[in-house]
Design a binder for this molecule. Structure first.
Ligand code: PLP
Length: 370
């Protein structure tokens, strides 16, 4: 058994995926074109977002969102230390300084009540990450951003299709802040067969800026008139065609993940000292990862490994303690909730094709060890 199994999904969709890929080969348009445009339209409708700009990765989405919001050298951007490195990497790449705020250990997301304490004159933006597929406390973050005139970039790389009820209305992850950033890395809930990403926004000026930045800063009217220094970040037509097939299944896949998660939770409740995931009120969790906590995490992990059951740790080292970010000056114990959480978390396999039989065997082993 593998932690991820991307082969099963392909087997289930083979005729449609193969047809989409061969359509692109026959057309001979591999960058931009109809396939990319039609996928952008489809996902805009799915998310109820006005503008979608497809890109080469989720990391580029974060970087270009910052650039389009004119965040750069001398600025500070507030985010969570409990995320994948890309979040902070994009901030650093823009020239700005990442500033970390500790997490709520129940939801694993940034603790919004601790944000205001780190705001300075240099703060330009907040990047909440909707970790594992559950949205951060966006109401509080929106209020803080408004009060201090800050931009919000949502890192929704793990949360495509996740929802939260805000002021009585269902809102999609990545459509609440100024810009939402998404990744189509193969193991994400909507994964390409290679790299891919996008931004979603309701702000046309921002979308246009990102479109220029993603194509070398070229003027939309004249490719060889470079208005600003940009990068090259495009979603391939082949990937767009594949994603166009897969998007139709995303709601069903997200539901399946939720079902599997509920089954895990029901069966792990009261087993040893395991803490099952907490879903905050008004949130719809899409379980990009199913993450439990245990004080005996390492022992549990070893035992499962001995029984050929794969687990992963997302993420073992909080960003403020990463060697690459040492220059920021954080020390151990600076962000205690994050540090403790990173020692207790364990991700169990979860993907739509995971069978109940696979799950049952985890349950049995958990019971025996604890
Ligand atoms: C995957 C991920 C990214 C980066 O996406 P890529 O497409 O791999 O560049 C950024 N942030 C988070 C939280 C992620 O999980």
């Amino acid at each position: 058994m593998d932690f991820f199994d991307l082969k099963k999904q392909y087997q289930n969709l083979k005729p449609e995926i193969d047809a989409a890929v061969s359509r692109v080969f026959k057309k001979g348009v591999f960058i931009g074109g109809e396939e990319v445009e039609s996928f952008e339209k489809e996902i805009a409708e799915f998310l109820d977002a006005r503008h979608i700009v497809s890109l080469n990765s989720g990391t580029d989405a974060l970087y270009l969102a910052l650039r389009a919001l004119d965040v750069g050298s001398g600025d500070e951007v507030i985010t969570t230390p409990f995320t994948f490195i890309a979040t902070a990497e994009a901030i650093a790449a823009s020239g700005a300084k990442p500033v970390f705020v500790d997490i709520n250990p129940k939801t694993f997301n940034v603790d919004a009540s601790k944000i205001e304490a780190v705001i300075t004159k240099k703060t330009k933006a907040i990047i909440p990450v909707h970790l594992y597929g559950q949205m951060a406390e966006m109401e509080k973050i929106l209020t803080i951003a408004k009060k201090h005139n800050l931009k919000i970039i949502e890192d929704a790389a793990q949360a495509i299709g996740s929802e939260r009820i805000i002021k009585g209305k269902k809102k999609n992850a990545g459509t609440i802040g100024d810009v939402g950033c998404f990744s189509f890395f193969p193991t994400k809930n909507l994964g390409a067969y290679g790299d891919g990403g996008m931004v979603a926004t309701n702000n046309k000026v921002l979308a246009d800026k990102i479109r220029i930045l993603k194509t070398h800063g070229s003027s939309p009217k004249n490719k060889y008139n470079n208005l600003v220094l940009g990068i090259n970040s495009r979603l391939d037509a082949i990937q767009a065609a594949i994603l166009g097939v897969k998007i139709k299944f995303l709601p069903k896949w997200n539901k399946k993940r939720e079902k599997l998660a509920l089954w895990y939770t029901k069966n792990l409740l009261g087993v040893g000292n395991i803490i099952t995931p907490f879903v905050a009120e008004n949130n719809m969790h899409i379980y990009h990862q199913y993450v439990i906590k245990s004080e005996k995490r390492d022992k549990l992990r070893e035992f499962l490994k001995a029984h050929k059951i794969p687990t992963l740790i997302h993420y073992p080292t909080p960003l403020h303690l990463q060697p690459a970010l040492k220059y920021l000056g954080y020390k151990k114990y600076d962000l205690p909730e994050t540090e403790q959480t990173s020692e207790e978390i364990l991700s169990l396999p979860i993907y739509p094709e995971l069978s109940r039989i696979d799950q049952k065997c985890y349950h049995r082993y958990h019971k025996r060890i604890l």
